[in-house]
Design a protein around this ligand. Sequence first.
Ligand SMILES: Cc1ncc(COP(=O)(O)O)c(C=O)c1O
Length: 237
Amino acid sequence: MTRAEAIADGLAQVRERIAAAERAAGRVSGSVRLLAVSKKMTADDVRAALAAGQRAFGENYAQELRDKRAALAQDSTLPHPPEWHYIGPLQSNKIKYVAGQVALAHTVDSAALLEAIEARGAPQACLVQVNVAGEGQKRGIAPGDLPALLDRFAAMSHVTCAGLMVIPPFTENPDDARPYFAALRTLRDRESARARPHVELRELSMGMSGDLEAAIAEGATIVRVGTAIFGARQRDV
Ligand SMILES: Cc1ncc(COP(=O)(O)O)c(C=O)c1O
């Protein structure tokens, strides 16, 4: 099997898992979008996934996003352009590579970050990342601080909030992650009850290769899947 065939095969398997999880949860077919996490993968890997029908790609590193975007933007042979999402930590000096450049920035977790994205002056849809488990070293806003951060979107002219995102604590058994996914959905339901300018909480970005079924059972609208499509990544630097 070539690398391109392996990627097409991985995508087909993940699509089947998503469809089965939608059915099992009694959800409408096609209600969950697949974000292919192409972090550490090459532009050729993204080309292979595009050829196999994948549209949306998630990157964790701002410069890697910038380089891959540039490489593929010049490629007129693609069946359709990739839709880029940013799912990594957002440092203020890297915001220029992300703000106004991606369909969705999944990792906004502070008012300072929100204002830095706004200051770039380009339209940008965001998700707010929530640290539902209250893990000390993890990114994401504390659930108790979420209402105030959502209120801040009212003062923005360029940045909008389209939903919430979570990275749950690592669990051996994927079902053990379910309470964290449920907690994000509960927060979404609670905060949706309050109308706020520039905030429409339609997306729940949750679920990865190991636990996408549990996330879909709890209402995920976007699953972020890397390993199950592209295979193992090199160790993170
Ligand atoms: C925020 C985020 N979501 C999803 C993924 C994909 O994880 P997996 O390879 O387990 O599917 C990663 C991988 O690094 C990630 O950082």
